[in-house]
Ligand binder design. Structure first.
Ligand code: FE2
Length: 323
């Protein structure tokens, strides 16, 4: 468990960046991808002044090592602790490549990270936020791996988006219980690929009379495009929910334990919804920069504010692209 200290007189502020996903050549100074990403992150950090930066995956694509180095060099210059979970594109080169990036990232002075149990992937760990010697909130980082290869309904070989491994559920239960024993029952999960419940939540919450393409973010906050019971939701999903197609059981466990009230993921670059579903906010982080694919009005980051009682509030912080 990593421990960071919250100041008494103000909220502990987390800035989550997601899916920057620049390839090596996109880090050239004249490249629009470089310009937008560096402008966006600079602006977010100067406006939000975070105590911790989290990155919910897809820093680049595994086969572009220089891009990983460039990202780390850039983000470390802010002198703020930064932590990552790996995305499917980070993981797609296999376990050895990820471990190589972990070794490299450990050489940066502000990088905070733990591998966690080897059989559960790389990067299952907890960042405990402590005030006055008491843990008030736990940020639980969980690896969602790359892809899953299984037979489809027709018995053919097929691939599906990655998911939490079955062993990660008891691991999660263990860390939640450990935090409870230390007096903390407020946690947030950050991972890359959404869990299955993002699908059921969206099905329940979105009013299908509205085409998401016709709804902008401001309109999404008015409640009109949400069903009764979900009027405090916000954001727009402009693409499908690209997750494993069967229930991995994580949401039932989250509800049973009653500790995690916020789940933040990345992966679907142009989805930005936050839906409070059965007492848990299931939220997409706002994409940071232009890497891979993007929609300019949805550029920025996601802020998580944690107060002295350990309660977390999250919202998107939008940013122009500076070009
Ligand atoms: Fe992804």
């Amino acid at each position: 468990m990593i421990t960071l200290t919250k100041k008494k007189d103000r909220d502990f502020t987390v800035l989550n960046l997601t899916d920057p996903q620049l390839l090596t050549h996109e880090w050239e100074r004249e490249h629009v991808g470089y310009k937008v990403l560096t402008y966006t992150v600079n602006k977010l950090i100067s406006e939000i002044k975070p105590d911790l930066i989290t990155v919910s995956g897809d820093i680049s694509v595994a086969e572009y090592p220089e891009a990983y180095t460039n990202f780390a060099k850039f983000i470390d210059t802010f002198d703020i602790p930064w932590a990552v979970v790996w995305g499917n594109h980070d993981n797609q080169g296999g376990a050895e490549i990820i471990q190589k990036y972990v070794y490299e990232y450990r050489t940066y002075k502000n990088f905070v990270y733990q591998e966690g149990p080897k059989e559960l992937g790389n990067g299952n760990y907890v960042i405990a936020i402590e005030e006055d010697g008491k843990i008030v909130h736990g940020i639980i980082m969980m690896d969602t791996h790359d892809r899953v290869f299984e037979k489809n309904d027709k018995g053919e070989d097929a691939w599906y988006w990655g998911k939490l491994y079955p062993g990660q559920l008891p691991w999660y239960e263990g860390v939640v219980n450990e935090l409870k024993e230390k007096g903390c029952n407020e946690t947030t999960i950050i991972s890359h690929i959404p869990i299955y419940a993002y699908r059921t939540a969206y099905q329940a919450a979105w009013n299908k009379d509205y085409n998401p393409e016709d709804v902008d973010f401001e309109m999404s906050k008015t409640g009109v495009c949400w069903n009764e019971g979900y009027k405090n939701s916000f954001g727009v999903n402009l693409e499908g929910i690209c997750s494993y197609e069967h229930d991995e059981g994580m949401f039932d466990l989250i509800k049973k334990l009653g500790s995690t009230k916020l789940y933040v993921c990345g992966h679907d670059h142009i989805n930005s919804t936050c839906i409070e579903y059965e007492g848990v906010k299931l939220m997409y982080g706002l994409k940071t920069g232009r890497g891979c694919y993007y929609k300019a009005p949805y550029n920025g980051g996601t802020v998580i504010k944690i107060n002295s009682d350990g309660k977390a509030q999250a919202y998107h912080h939008f940013c122009d692209e500076g070009i």
